[in-house]
Design a protein around this ligand. Structure first.
Ligand code: GDP
Ligand code: MG
Length: 440
């Protein structure tokens, strides 16, 4: 979806004034890109209709750069379709806050239960996981493993007491939380491979019995066009207060998100981006819109990098960036710290323009850091502080000293310069530019 849209906007950018035909051509391309990304037809029609109307209107005619103004409109409308402002989790007035998870089998509910629990625990809460998937033999064990990983408590049916009756277990779980003063209850439920009346009835019964503050519909963002039908079935069968998109680490970047919000009217609260318990974030419509537009999810990137950084260290780096004193040593230090954060590939995937560089991403590995270390360690202190002095003979010496080629050295220096530039832009509060497109 992303690269398709980027191409469309590139075409637009080469034009000066926009004619109605330009706008129609652009809208047609956007429409095709969205349909290809499995966004539902109704949502696409609605979206392109709004974009077209605004693009033909006064705000574009008056704009200094009409093409950029259209990009801006597309971005704004995307944010709108994705839910406008971000919505936060609703807390109960009197704890515990009860969160029920519903969705098809394999959607990622049990994993999400662990992610939510860990996230809440990190904020000082005391979540209790309640195992109400009594359909699959291993489901309770799986939740137990997840609870242990998250370091939180689990409530599961005792043999002979409530086994086979998830509604009863759910009620007991909430009672347990109240008695032992857990402030959150997360109810994991059973799913089926397809929508199924019995499962839906069970979920609905659990909902009635526990009166949750949030019912989160968990959906695999890879299911494509089925997303809409599945979401509607769950809305009718159980009804839900919010949506969690899982497997956003996969290829599909926005189709499901756009459809579900558009069709159900329910906000997307969280995004799940991997199998690990930390691969989880609050959903930000504006960031998702940028991501769809291939702007790069800079804010999320920075948040993730920050959580891996020592705060003092981060402050120091920010000061250096502001004073233009960011050096290759700092660059190396950052790369090393990012390694601590684990998911370099994912972070790179969020950088602007990287959306298209999938193949390169696949080939990126930790050896890259080791090579970078070798090169930087072959530099003198002066060179690390001021890479501008790296002339040809210095580069050759460094290449020899580190066992790399001059091309490797050149590419490192280039990456350093790009990183320094990008961080400066972000530090000033600006959005990085899409190459060849100007600021949005
Ligand atoms: P449930 O049947 O709804 O409880 O789904 P599970 O939590 O058991 O997840 C099904 C599979 O999807 C497991 O192998 C998970 O590790 C995997 N999974 C869950 N969430 C994500 C995610 O965000 N990204 C990826 N790549 N895998 C996920
Ligand atoms: Mg499960």
């Amino acid at each position: 979806l992303s690269s398709r849209l980027t191409d469309t906007f590139k075409n637009l950018r080469t034009k000066g004034k926009l004619s109605a035909a330009d706008v129609d051509g652009t809208v047609r391309e956007i429409r095709r890109a969205l349909l290809e990304a499995d966004v539902s037809l109704d949502v696409v029609k609605d979206f392109t209709g709004k974009v077209r109307e605004r693009a033909l209107g006064d705000e574009v005619n008056r704009a200094l750069n009409p093409a950029q103004q259209v990009v801006q409109i597309v971005n704004e409308e995307l944010v709108e379709v994705l839910g406008g402002d971000q919505r936060r989790l609703q807390f109960a007035k009197n704890p515990p806050t009860v969160i029920m998870l519903a969705g098809l089998q394999g959607a990622g509910k049990t994993t999400l239960a662990g992610k939510l629990a860990k996230w809440l625990k990190g904020q000082g809460h005391t979540p209790l996981l309640v195992a109400c998937d009594l359909q699959r033999p291993n489901a309770v064990t799986q939740l137990g493993v997840v609870a242990e990983q998250a370091g939180v408590a689990i409530f599961a049916p005792e043999p002979g007491n409530g086994v086979g009756n998830p509604v009863k277990v759910a009620k007991q779980g909430v009672a347990e939380a109240r008695a032992k003063q857990y402030d959150f209850v997360i109810i994991d439920t059973a799913g089926r491979l397809g929508v199924d009346a019995e499962m839906m009835q069970q979920a609905s019964d659990i909902r009635k019995a526990t009166n949750p503050d949030e019912v989160l519909f968990v959906i695999d963002s890879l299911i494509g066009q089925d997303a809409v039908a599945t979401a509607q079935a769950f809305q009718e069968g159980v009804d839900f207060t919010g949506v969690v998109l899982t497997k956003l680490d996969g290829d599909q970047r926005g189709g499901a998100a756009l459809s579900i919000r558009g069709v159900t009217g329910r906000p997307i609260l969280f995004a799940s981006t991997g199998e690990g318990l930390d691969d989880f974030e609050q959903f930000h419509p504006d960031r998702m819109a940028s991501r769809i537009l291939d702007l790069g999810d800079i804010l999320t990137l920075i948040e993730q990098a920050q959580s891996a950084f020592d705060e003092d260290e981060a402050k120091k780096v920010a000061e250096k960036i502001a004073k233009d004193e960011f050096t290759l040593d700092d660059f190396l230090g950052q790369m090393q710290q990012l390694r601590g954060a684990g998911s370099i590939k994912k972070m790179m995937g969020m950088l602007p323009g990287m959306g298209k560089m999938k193949d390169q991403l696949e080939n990126f590995d930790e050896r890259e850091i080791i090579r970078t270390e070798a090169i930087i360690q072959s530099m003198t202190q002066d060179e690390r502080k001021n890479p501008k002095i790296l002339n040809g003979s210095r580069r050759l010496r460094i290449a020899k000293g580190s066992g790399m080629t001059v091309t490797d050295v050149n590419s490192l220096v280039q990456r350093f310069e790009q990183a320094a530039k990008m961080m400066k832009t972000v530090a000033r509060g600006g959005m990085p530019q899409i190459p060849g497109m100007g600021p949005v």
